[in-house]
Each structure stands twice: as C-alpha cells, then as structure tokens.
Write a protein that binds this ligand. Structure first.
Ligand code: GZL
Length: 307
C-alpha cells in the first residue's frame, strides 16, 4: 500500500483497502457453506475487498483462481486446498510476485513452508482421535468383534487423511475393532448415501459407521433407513463437523456422537490477513477451538448454534 493513498502498491483498491483473493473448495457440505458465509461476512466487517472463487472441488480450478489473483495483483491470497499435494508451482508464482498466502481450513503437504505465511484451521488428527476415543469408551468391557465401516472425505485431502489416521491410531489399541470397509463419500450427502448403500449390500454385520463429516453421515442415514435398520440404534454413527442438520440428527438419536470442526474461520482469517499485509509476523499455525457433542449436549446446544 502506498502511504499517500492514490496509486496503491500491490493492486489494492485505490482507497487503500486491502484486496484478498479467496479460493474456496466448493459448496459440497453444510460445513463449507457456513465457512463461506463466515469468510464473506468477516471480510465485509473488516473492510477487506474479497475476490471469491468457488472451485467445485477441483484442484485445477483453485490453481487457475490463484493465478488470476496474482495477475490482479491482490494484496493477499487465502485458500482452502482441496487436496494436500500439487501446490508448489502456483504458490511459488505468488511468492515471486510478492503476494503473501494464507492457508485456511485445510493444509498442504509441501516441505517448503516459505510458500505460505500461516495455516489457520482445525487439527484433523485430533478430531479423528476424539472420534476413536468415544468409540473405545462406548464399547468398554464388550469382547465381541466390532465391525466398522468408514466414509472418508475427499481422497487426498488433509481432513480425510488425518481423520482416518487419528481414528485408526486410537482404535488399534483394541483388536475387537475392525474397519471392514472404507471408501470416499467425497464429503457429500449424495455420495455418502450411495457408498453406505453399497456397504449395506456387501456386509450384513455392520456395527458402527464413522463418517468424516455430518453430510456423508446424513446421506448414510437415508441408506440405513431404506435398508430397514435404525440409525443410531442398529448401527452406531459417529461424524465430524456439528453443523445444524448433523446436530439435529444427533438430538433425534440417529447419530450417537459428533466431533465439532468449526467453519467460523472468517474473523481470525481477516485479522491474520491485515497483519500479514502490514508485514507483521504471525504464528505459523493457528489451531481452531472446537469441542465434541453427545446426544444430550446436542439438545442443549442446538438453540444457540449459528450454522
Ligand atoms: C474440514 C473441512 C471439511 C469438512 C467437510 O475443515 O475441510 O470439508 O469437515 C467439508 O464438511 O466438506
């Protein structure tokens, strides 16, 4: 930004406003919609001009969007990488153009941490561990085998990899827990229903469903009911996110436990963006505050939920 206003530095709006290019994964889930709302609202409240792009869950669209933000000389780029790998080239272009990058929601696996200023988002491994810990406690003292099916998020995405790994790490402590099937449901209801339907046709002895987000869990509930089984009773269901529809199903007894993953990253993102544009140092990692919900806790929490 130039001191006198007028001709601005990195292509910020002439009135000295910060311009942010934001590349969003898509609109695949209730979580994503809530995340987009939070980012848009926070940008408005922070007086940051937002150039927003929806990638429809395709990495090539995010790469195109980041390239376009570089050409437009925005002041800062923020994005939620749909998958962990394949970002080094385009992020190097942003770095060479002197445009700082902030990772929000999901991480990348590049060893070159100079490609971004900070990563703001949840600890997905921790989320997977919380899901596993609840299951271990729920089945304490039982000796018969527990057959688990798993609906994974986008293949190659940080939440899918880490929620899978955190969960597996905890349940491996007890050999009665067996993941008998695991497949991506792409974080959507439709795909979650389709894959759960296939699981039910292939396995008559499913005890537990672990879905990496509420939306796939809600789709799976439709398949479970269509198969004449009671979700939350015949099949124990654990999901992640805690969006409204998931919390309602939890309160209704169709889901047994939800690990919260907060989408409300907007305000922190804008605060980090202002610091980064002003050349201030920011923490390399900002972990989101979040909790877990049982059925009773969901009933109490529902009225106050923002999304
Ligand atoms: C997690 C986020 C995931 C949500 C899903 O931070 O990336 O993507 O858990 C969403 O609901 O689709």
């Amino acid at each position: 930004l130039s001191a006198c206003g007028g001709e601005s530095g990195n292509g910020a709006a002439d009135d000295g406003k910060i311009t942010m290019g934001f590349s969003q994964v898509g609109a695949e889930s209730g979580w994503r919609t809530a995340n987009t709302d939070s980012v848009r609202k926070a940008a408005e409240e922070a007086g940051i001009e937002l150039k927003f792009s929806d990638a429809q869950q395709k990495q090539e669209n995010q790469i195109k969007a980041i390239r376009s933000f570089v050409q437009q000389k925005v002041d800062v780029i923020a994005f939620s990488p749909v998958v962990e790998s394949g970002w080094d080239t385009v992020l190097k272009e942003a770095k060479d153009a002197g445009i700082p990058v902030i990772l929000t929601d999901r991480a990348i696996d590049s060893p070159d941490t100079s490609l971004y200023k900070t990563f703001l988002g949840s600890d997905f491994v921790e989320e997977g561990k919380k899901a596993g810990q609840w299951l271990v406690e729920a089945y304490q003292g039982k000796s018969e085998q527990v057959n688990i099916v798993e609906l994974q998020g986008n293949t190659g995405s940080a939440p899918a990899n880490d929620r899978r790994d955190g969960f597996a790490e905890v349940i491996k402590a007890d050999p009665k827990f067996k993941v008998i099937a695991s497949q991506t449901g792409e974080f959507t209801r439709a795909k979650g229903k389709e894959v759960m339907d296939a699981f039910l046709k292939a396995h008559t002895d499913i005890d537990v469903l672990y879905a990496h987000n509420d939306d796939m869990g809600l789709g799976a509930i439709e398949a479970i009911e269509a198969a004449g089984k009671k979700p939350g009773v015949d099949i124990t269901i654990i999901t992640v996110d805690a969006v409204r529809d998931g919390m309602q199903a939890l309160a209704d007894g169709k889901i047994n436990f939800i690990v919260e993953c907060s989408p409300l990253l907007g305000p922190q993102l804008m605060d980090l963006a202002k610091k980064v544009v002003a050349g201030e140092t920011v923490p390399a990692r900002v972990v989101t505050e979040e909790t877990t919900f049982t059925q009773e806790q969901a009933k109490a929490a529902l009225p106050q939920r923002q999304y």
